[in-house]
Design a protein around this ligand. Structure first.
Ligand SMILES: CC(C)(COP(=O)(O)OP(=O)(O)OC[C@H]1O[C@@H](n2cnc3c(N)ncnc32)[C@H](O)[C@@H]1OP(=O)(O)O)[C@@H](O)C(=O)NCCC(=O)NCCS
Length: 247
């Protein structure tokens, strides 16, 4: 009789545990769905829509992978090639194809950075940079809300600034904004991939922003595999579970 009880209790415990796991999985999927369905993830952060520092006069606008204009697609491809080709070496042609495909995925979300002409910036604050003025796009972020190690994360696919606006605090500003977007949408972490060759980006993320090499990065999963891979996965986590799974 006792043995039977143990079995029944054990079975109940397993069923409850399984139920909890499924509920949690569903909850996380809902979080990602809700974040991805937001019409304008920047709307909650009006203070971040303009950047006027170190001689730059910029404004930001959100975007969506399936709604990119032809000129924006061309721009994204051109800037990624300009900034990244050198870091991929002979892998670039393959990588470029992957990036072209990723660029227009339904999950892709964007922040475009526009340079505001002086005349416009002194007279008025612009709310729709691309339509109402002669603003030139000078950089962008491609990010997604995705599931990683069973956790909801904001994954930064690309952060690309034109050379003339680099080193003026904008990269840090955009990463702060992404962190706010991630937290506001209950993501557990921010993650990104960096080519090891790209030393200035590695320095920027790890030394300046305090990101760490994730425990799921090839070099930490297996140092031998890590040697063959030329990238690292970096992260910043927002809670204890994410810390234990990703850091
Ligand atoms: C990497 C990148 C996004 C950084 O953005 P950024 O606007 O140039 O960087 P910031 O001006 O915000 O720099 C923030 C801090 O990092 C430091 N930093 C940034 N780039 C650096 C570099 N190449 N060398 C030394 N320090 C650097 C800055 O001095 C600054 O330090 P501070 O806070 O003490 O003043 C930008 O340079 C870029 O677009 N590079 C080309 C594309 C790329 O490599 N993207 C990353 C792919 S994963």
């Amino acid at each position: 009789m006792e043995v039977e009880n143990v079995d029944v209790n054990g079975k109940n415990h397993k069923t409850t545990k399984r139920k909890e796991i499924l509920q949690k999985k569903k909850f996380i999927e809902e979080l990602i769905k809700a974040a991805s369905s937001l019409k304008d993830p920047l709307a909650n952060f009006p203070d971040f829509l303009h950047y006027n520092k170190k001689g730059l006069c910029l404004c930001l606008e959100g975007g969506h992978g399936t709604r990119l204009s032809r000129s924006l697609k061309q721009y994204v491809q051109k800037l990624v090639k300009l900034n990244m080709e050198q870091h991929f070496g002979s892998d670039w042609p393959t990588e470029e194809k992957v990036k072209h495909r990723d660029m227009v995925a339904p999950e892709a979300r964007y922040i475009f950075v526009y340079e505001v002409p002086n005349l416009v910036s002194t007279n008025e604050k612009i709310s729709k940079p691309s339509n109402e003025c002669n603003c030139n796009v000078v950089g962008f972020v491609h990010y997604r809300f995705i599931l990683e190690e069973e956790l909801p994360v904001l994954y930064v696919y690309e952060l690309q600034l034109e050379p003339h606006i680099q080193g003026k605090g904008l990269g840090k500003f955009l990463m702060q904004l992404l962190e706010l977007i991630a937290r506001k949408n209950s993501m557990a972490a921010i993650m990104l991939t960096v080519q090891r060759q790209n030393r200035s980006a590695m320095f920027f993320y790890t030394s300046k922003l305090g990101y760490c090499v994730s425990s799921i990065s090839p070099s930490r999963v297996d140092p031998l595999v890590g040697l063959r891979k030329n990238y690292e996965i970096l992260c910043r986590t927002f809670d204890q579970e994410a810390k234990s799974k990703l850091e």
